[in-house]
Write a protein that binds this ligand. Structure first.
Ligand code: ATP
Length: 453
């Protein structure tokens, strides 16, 4: 098969995701909700494995980071002080011909004239700022004081709770507070599948430090984050680090890197790593009138810590994992016929299903009982999938498409019918090489747990 164009590749990934139950359009049977997505049975496992691994390396395996889980509904005062109420906007234009609402900074140009990407029209309104926050009303009264926002990022609740966490976790600088959770932005043009959506999840760390440590820690966190992507199967050669130029950085930031991935639709941001100085804590201290400083026991000085923020998108990383894993290859089946194999080559640690379990024949009670016993053995340690329907080759293919790294087949050798020496052994198939080896049932757990850790 000739290699597909980037557009075709993206279409095939989207169609596989729907067909196999990774991602569905939200509210689909009512016509769908633009820029909002639901994750199906395989997608939710993939996403959960990604978040769990982030939490493991960013929080549990470190002495200097603690976690929190903040509320989505946010006091308007928080987002006034952070600057979101006044400046969290994108420039918007309307097309007078087809009435489309468009982002002014993303319009295609023809002969130097900006055009509507929808209808090709050139009759566009002037750009005006459009605030991206979703607001809502708390309680029954409708006065301006009862306005609350769905948070546009997880970071602000970390800043607002800085003092409470500091007092209870008793950490010394430098230390971080991490959070994974939903964020909401009323994007003017949600697009590129789950890349830019209106409801999404972030994985954010706010790492507090002394002012003089800021620049060094910015580079340290960039390196840690690149290692993270490598450890989930996105190598450094697939990533590009953009040093955000002075003119494009937030005015309070002393340095920002964007970690970008080569998506089929272009090189785009996965994560931002920003040195935000003491901007956020200072803003909240001033606006709330509550001190958010740090007392240094050694020097007896009080100061507002600086902060480094690695901020990653869960959904964008899920999309990068899918794009990175997707492969089509020509293989020859048992009868010598060549066919196309679609396979998701996920790193075992993030694969939604770790192991398929297959009794060779479903009408042989002893094979089925043995396969069910292997399922019960592995289940407490990993997500496994039992499948007894169809030819074994087809069952393998189904798991290849789901990205399952291992397959276990229980056959007559397992029952010791031919060679008593092979009793209680199974075949273990590797998704990528498609090679099989015989492994003792008693050794399966340790072997697979090590492979998915
Ligand atoms: P972009 O320029 O692409 O809109 P951003 O620079 O505004 O992104 P940040 O505010 O730095 O993004 O948010 C941190 C991370 O959150 C991003 O790197 C991205 O992974 C994720 N993210 C932001 N907006 C969205 C969105 N609309 N849909 C999905 N993920 C998002």
């Amino acid at each position: 098969m000739s290699s597909p164009s980037d557009t075709q590749r993206m279409e095939r990934i989207v169609s596989l995701c729907k067909r196999r139950g990774f991602i569905f359009q939200a509210s689909e049977i009512y016509g769908g909700l633009n820029g909002v997505w639901d994750y199906g049975p395989l997608g939710v496992e993939l996403k959960r494995n990604l978040k769990d691994y982030w939490w493991r390396v960013m929080v549990r395996e470190r002495d200097d980071v603690v976690g929190m889980d903040g509320a989505i509904l946010t006091h308007h005062g928080v987002l006034k002080a952070s600057g979101h109420e006044d400046t969290f906007s994108d420039p918007m234009v309307d097309c007078r011909t087809c009435k489309a609402r468009l982002r002014a900074d993303q319009l295609p140009e023809k002969s130097g004239v900006k055009q509507c990407p929808n209808c090709g029209g050139k009759d566009l309104t002037e750009a005006r700022p459009f605030n991206l926050m979703f607001s809502t009303q708390m309680g029954a009264s409708a006065d301006p004081e009862s306005i609350a926002y769905l948070r546009p990022e997880t970071a602000q609740s970390i800043f607002v709770q800085f003092k409470n966490v500091l007092d209870t976790a008793r950490k010394k600088l430098p230390f971080g507070i991490a959070q994974i959770g939903k964020a909401f932005r009323n994007e003017i043009n949600p697009r590129n599948y789950i890349f830019r959506s209106r409801e999404f999840e972030q994985m954010e760390l706010e790492y507090f430090c002394r002012p003089e440590q800021g620049m060094e820690l910015l580079d340290y966190w960039l390196e840690e984050r690149l290692k993270f992507y490598e450890n989930i199967g996105i190598g450094r050669d697939k990533l590009h680090v953009l040093t955000v130029p002075d003119a494009d950085r937030a005015f309070y930031s002393k340095g920002t890197y964007d970690i970008e991935y080569a998506f089929p639709f272009g090189m785009q941001e996965l994560e931002g790593v920003a040195y935000r100085t003491d901007y956020d804590l200072t803003q909240h201290q001033t606006a709330s009138g509550k001190t958010l400083d740090y007392f240094d026991e050694e020097t007896k000085a009080r100061f507002i810590p600086h902060v480094i923020e690695p901020s990653a998108g869960v959904d964008r990383t899920v999309l990068a994992l899918l794009c990175e894993a997707y492969a089509e290859e020509t293989v020859t089946d048992e009868k010598g016929k060549s066919e196309t194999r679609i396979v998701l080559r996920f790193h075992p640690r993030i694969a939604p299903i770790k192991c398929g379990i297959f009794p060779l024949l479903k009408n042989q009670p002893e094979l089925v009982a043995k396969a069910r016993a292997v399922q019960a053995l592995l289940r407490p340690f990993m997500n496994v999938f039992y499948d007894e329907t169809g030819a074994i080759g087809r069952r393998y293919r189904r798991q290849d498409e789901a990205g399952t790294p291992f397959g276990i087949t229980i056959d007559f050798e397992t029952l010791g019918e031919r060679d008593p020496g092979l009793r209680d052994t199974v075949t273990l198939r590797d998704r990528d090489s498609m090679e099989q080896e015989r492994v003792k049932i008693g050794e399966l757990t340790a072997r697979l747990v090590a492979a998915i850790a």
